[in-house]
Design a protein around this ligand. Structure first.
Ligand SMILES: *Cc1c(COP(=O)(O)O)cnc(C)c1O
Length: 386
């Protein structure tokens, strides 16, 4: 099919929710993508921090192909070995004993909210969830409501009740929002969609302490920060805080759709047969991808590479004109004095994929397999554009 035809069909039939660039992608290898015109792009977006092994990684391709030829789907009425291997691995890595597998980030967050509410109903009838301004937790109704950005709520009211919002990195404001019905705080230690806003250590510790004191649960949304993105397997490891509930998705399947919500054994005691479920969640194909991603991440030491290349990227970005460069590992934001949309477009024309979030923050979330030469090339293109 000709490129023009593809664009025409999508314009006519796809629900018009995305602002897309007029390119059609065909294939990829490592940190490089090719469009149907044969044009090459250095991928510093990784499909929104998803393709952490890059494109066409042999370990991931092999795992998916082998699993596909055995069993693609069977529902959770039955067991599969690959699902058992994945949940055991996630529990070991995180220290959270219980895992539920979903298909996306927003579903993982919905699961987290439901687990917290169920726990709250058995612990004093608590239900209120506090999230942070500028957070992002997904697009389904409860996750959308938890998302502390009014622009995403507009037109979808009435929203589910029992949510409140506090200022990020402001413990006094969070305290003022707490009451005896507060069951949980949901927090991204680094707000990805909100502009790469990094929680400071003092705040993270204080939130954890406050939750403990008030008998509320700490939900860490690691959908974007998890799986080595920030230079550790999970971002909470930087802070020495431990969540009661944690969500994962983006990087977990290396591109296969999968999400996970994890919780402690104590929290899981409120959950019983029939309380939650999913037709596709934990399907063998997605599980095979996630196991391959986790094993490869460990084998290739992607956390260390993210830390090293991330520090190098930040150092280089700091030499370019901006308001601020911030982040951890390969979750990096560069706040501009002006809107960033035009810069993203020009970078794309010159063969670099990046993204702009919160209007004026350029976001760099490349595959975690990149090297310093890739960083040099990306920064060179960006410098030319700036
Ligand atoms: C992307 C994201 C989500 C939503 O994930 P989807 O897979 O798009 O539903 C939730 N939380 C955070 C922190 C995210 O970055």
């Amino acid at each position: 099919m000709k490129k023009e035809k593809i664009l025409e069909i999508e314009a006519k039939h796809y629900l018009p929710v995305f602002g897309r660039f007029p390119i059609v992608l065909e294939k990829g290898n490592g940190a490089v993508l090719y469009d149907t015109d044969g044009k090459k792009y250095l991928d510093f977006f990784a499909g929104i921090a998803v393709s952490i092994l890059g494109h066409n990684h042999p370990a991931l391709v092999k795992a998916i192909s082998e699993q596909a030829s055995k069993l693609i789907h069977c529902t959770n009425y039955y067991h599969t070995e690959i699902q058992a291997r994945l949940v055991e691995k996630l529990a070991k890595l995180s220290g959270l004993e219980r895992v539920f597998l979903a298909n996306s980030g927003t579903e993982a967050v919905e699961g987290a909210i439901k687990i917290a509410r169920k726990w709250g109903s058995a612990n004093g009838g608590k239900f209120k969830i506090i999230s942070l301004n500028d957070s992002f937790h997904g697009r389904t109704l409860a996750a959308l409501t938890a998302t502390g950005q009014p622009k995403f709520h507009k037109g979808f009211e009435p929203l589910p009740a029992g949510f409140d919002y506090a200022k990020f990195n402001d413990i006094e404001d969070l305290k003022s929002k707490f009451d005896d019905k507060t069951v949980a705080v949901i927090l991204e230690l680094i707000q990805g969609e909100g502009g790469i806003n990094v929680a400071n250590q003092e705040y993270a510790s204080a939130v954890s302490k406050l939750c403990k004191e008030r008998g509320a649960l700490l939900i860490l949304d690691e959908v974007q920060t998890g799986i080595c993105r920030t230079g550790k397997m999970f971002c909470f490891e930087h802070y020495g805080v431990k969540p009661d509930i944690m969500t994962l998705a983006k990087g977990l399947g290396g591109g296969l759709p999968i999400g996970a919500v994890l919780c402690t054994e104590a929290v899981s005691s409120a959950i019983h047969k029939g309380d939650h479920g999913s037709t596709f969640g934990g399907n063998p194909l997605a599980c095979a991808a996630a196991v391959a991603v986790l094993e490869t991440a460990e084998k290739e030491n992607l956390a260390a590479n993210a830390e090293k290349c991330g520090a190098y990227l930040m150092e280089k970005l700091k030499k370019l004109p901006s308001k601020e460069v911030r982040g951890k590992g390969l979750l990096v934001g560069m706040e501009l004095e002006h809107e960033g949309g035009e810069i993203v477009k020009k970078c794309l024309e010159r063969g670099l994929m990046i993204n702009c979030t919160a209007d004026n923050v350029l976001r760099f979330v490349p595959p975690l397999i990149i090297n310093k030469k890739d960083v040099d090339e990306a920064v060179k293109i960006l410098e030319g554009v700036l």
